[in-house]
Design a protein. Structure first.
Ligand code: AMP
Length: 283
C-alpha cells in the first residue's frame, strides 16, 4: 500500500494507473475509521481496479465552536485497517497541501439551496467546507468513481449536485449506512458518548423507524407527527436539533405527489451531535 503525502507524488502514482487503463475508485474520509468507512472501501473495491482513501480532517467544514481540535486522529490504526483491506494508496495531504494561502484566501465551492437548509442551517458554512475540500480532492486524485455514505445524506446530495453543476467527470456512488447491532449509525463521534448516553443513542433510530411506520401506514398530518416525535425524543433526554421529512432528491418539503421521502434527524446527547436518516418509499 502506497502512503502518499504530497500532491506531486499522488499525480505520479496516478499517471502510472492511467497508463495501465485502471479504473480509479476514491473514498474521502477524515480518518478514525470504523466499519462504515471500511464498507465504503469494500464497495469501491467491487467497482474499481485501484482504490485511494484520503484522510484529512478538514478545518473548513468545522464551525468555530465545533470539535476540530478534539476530533479523533488514529492514523496508525487507520493505515493497518486499510492495508488489510488491500487499499492501493492512502493520501494524507497536509494542511499546507490543501490550504496553502490559509482558509480566508481559499477559493470555495458552494452548492446553493441544498447547503443552507436542515444541517446547513444548523451549521452555517459547513457544506461550503465540504464541497470545497471534496472538489479539491477530486482535482488531486481525479477518480473515475467516488464513494460516499448515505449516513451523511445531505452531504451526499450536495456532492452529487456539485458534480452535476460543475460537469465533473466522475460518478458519485452512495453506500447505505452501516449500523451497530443495536441500530445506532456508526460514527467517529459516537466515542464521545458516555456509557448512559451510548445506551440511549439507538433510541433515535428506533423513533425514526416508528415515525416512518406511521407515514407508511397512511398518516399525513406530518407537521404534528414530527412535532410529537421531537417532543418524545426531548422527553427521553435528547436535545433534538431537527427532525424533518423531505423529498429524498431535492430535500425540499414534500408535495402530495412525492413518493420518495427521507426522514432526517439531528439530536444532541450531551455534547455529542448524532445524525441519522431513513428513506421512505411510498410506492
Ligand atoms: P467522515 O470520516 O465522517 O468524513 O466520513 C467519510 C465517509 O464515510 C463519508 O462519505 C461518510 O458518509 C461515510 N460514513 C461515515 N459513517 C458511515 C456509516 N455509518 N455508514 C456508511 N458510511 C459512513
Amino acid at each position: 500500500m502506497n502512503i502518499i503525502k504530497g500532491v506531486s507524488q499522488l499525480r505520479e502514482v496516478r499517471r502510472g494507473w492511467q497508463l495501465e487503463g485502471k479504473v480509479i475508485g476514491f473514498v474521502p474520509t477524515m480518518g478514525n475509521l470504523h466499519q462504515g468507512h471500511l464498507n465504503l472501501v469494500r464497495e469501491a473495491k467491487k467497482h474499481a481496479d485501484v482504490v485511494v482513501v484520503s484522510i484529512f480532517v478538514n478545518p473548513m467544514q468545522f464551525g468555530p465552536d465545533e470539535d476540530l481540535d478534539a476530533y479523533p486522529r488514529t492514523l496508525d490504526n487507520d493505515a493497518s485497517l486499510l492495508n488489510a483491506l488491500g487499499v492501493d494508496a492512502i493520501f494524507l495531504p497536509s494542511i499546507d497541501d490543501i490550504y496553502a494561502k490559509g482558509l480566508e484566501q481559499q477559493t470555495f465551492v458552494e452548492v446553493p439551496g441544498l447547503s443552507y437548509m436542515i444541517c446547513g442551517a444548523s451549521r452555517p458554512g459547513h457544506f461550503r467546507g465540504v464541497a470545497t475540500i471534496v472538489c479539491k480532492l477530486f482535482n488531486m486524485v481525479q477518480p473515475n468513481l467516488a464513494f460516499f455514505g448515505e449516513k451523511d445524506f445531505q452531504q451526499l446530495q450536495v456532492i452529487k449536485a456539485m458534480v452535476e453543476d460543475l460537469s465533473m467527470n466522475l460518478e458519485v456512488v452512495g453506500v447505505p449506512t452501516t449500523r451497530e447491532n443495536d441500530g445506532l449509525a456508526m460514527s467517529s463521534r459516537n466515542q464521545y458518548l458516555t456509557d448512559s448516553e451510548r445506551k440511549l443513542a439507538p433510541t433515535l433510530y428506533e423513533k425514526m423507524q416508528a415515525l416512518s411506520a406511521e407515514v407508511l401506514g397512511g398518516r399525513r398530518d406530518l407537521t404534528k407527527l414530527l412535532e410529537t416525535y421531537k417532543s418524545e425524543l426531548a422527553g427521553l433526554g435528547f436535545k433534538p436539533d431537527y427532525l424533518e421529512l423531505r423529498n429524498a432528491h431535492t430535500l425540499l418539503q414534500p408535495g402530495h405527489e412525492d413518493t420518495k421521502l427521507v426522514l432526517l434527524a439531528a439530536a444532541f446527547l450531551g455534547k455529542t451531535r448524532l445524525i441519522d436518516n431513513l428513506q421512505i418509499s411510498l410506492v
